[in-house]
Design a protein around this ligand. Structure first.
Ligand code: AMP
Ligand code: MG
Length: 301
């Protein structure tokens, strides 16, 4: 029997709740500490694509609404070794993202960062987490998976890896969409050219001009799952990279002030919770992965 719409929504929210539970449990098992999200700050992720700035004035100072917690994660590692946050992000995406079925202007990331870690360690951690989530959902949420009509397969570890340049050569400029559609298992894109990403991503000393970065693509056309990598931690190199990007050092003053004596080397990633729910539940539109979806260009509750 076909489930009622409300039953489908209940099932999706139950699965999302289980995803959050598994992530938090697995990370705590590995000695991660959960931090509260930062919502307001003088500095936030400038991102690599245009979003309308979201600022408010508090006590005469200008605060940004968090687009991602990248800078706070790096700064937190001066005190802690392994951290994670369920971090709400507000990104006023360009209007052309309104029909992708994968973008909201408010969403949550599971954002994590580990002191002294390598990109490869973070890729392995992500693979383990994804497989554990899928196994757990298959076991704990059988009825719900049935209601959403999803047959989930457990991907094989390690996932396939392909460099950004090879992906571009093989599949053309739309390679993300093509790879995601063609592959039945998740695929890593690694070694992203320096000019394609932000100043805080670390350049590969052995492969200048490329970053110690990665994106994970979901299979079956669900698109990008996460971005992450090793971070730049040297104060002087951070400043140089800000200049190279044509950005203003003054825009990041409060972060740079604390980064003056260098930050700890680190690596991490941020994975969108609604997109993960969309993939796990096999939903054609991300709006189904939230009770209060914020769809670009729409007036939303
Ligand atoms: P980014 O830092 O832009 O790579 O974002 C990290 C992850 O957050 C992405 O890989 C997606 O899973 C998710 N994400 C980013 N932007 C959005 C959005 N506008 N709506 C929903 N999820 C998003
Ligand atoms: Mg990304």
């Amino acid at each position: 029997m076909k489930p009622r719409a409300s039953e489908k929504t209940q099932a999706i929210m139950k699965i999302q709740s289980e995803i959050r539970r598994v992530l938090a449990t697995e990370l705590r098992k590995r000695d991660f500490i959960e931090l509260s999200p930062v919502i307001l700050s003088p500095v936030t992720d400038p991102l690599n694509h245009p979003t309308a700035p979201m600022c408010i004035t508090c006590y005469g100072d200008t605060y940004n609404i968090t687009q991602s917690m990248i800078f706070h994660k790096q700064l937190a590692l001066r005190t802690l070794n392994k951290i994670f946050i369920f971090s709400p992000n507000v990104r006023i995406e360009p209007l052309d993202k309104k029909d992708t079925g994968r973008h909201l202007f408010e969403f949550s990331q599971l954002d994590l960062e580990v002191k002294g870690a390598t990109r490869e360690e973070m890729m392995s951690l992500c693979e383990e987490l994804l497989v554990t989530i899928i196994l757990s959902i298959k076991k704990q949420c059988k009825k719900e998976l049935n209601w959403v009509g999803r047959k989930l397969r457990v991907p094989k570890i390690p996932f396939k890896r392909i460099s950004y340049c090879d992906a571009h050569r093989q599949y053309g400029k739309n390679f993300e969409v093509m790879i995601s559609q063609k592959h039945p298992e998740p695929v890593w894109i690694i070694d992203i050219p320096l000019n394609k990403r932000e100043f805080y991503d670390r350049e590969d000393e052995k492969n200048p001009g490329y970053l110690r970065d990665m994106d994970l693509l979901y299979p079956e056309g669900y698109g990008e799952a996460l971005s992450g990598g090793e971070r730049e931690y040297s104060y002087n190199r951070i400043k140089k990279r800000i200049h190279q990007k044509g950005q203003k050092v003054s825009a990041f003053a409060s972060y740079l002030e604390l980064a003056k004596n260098d930050l700890p080397p680190s690596a991490g990633f941020g994975i969108g919770i609604e997109r993960l729910t969309q993939f796990i539940c096999g939903l054609s539109h991300i709006r189904e992965a939230s009770l209060f979806p914020k769809i670009p260009g729409k007036r939303c509750l």
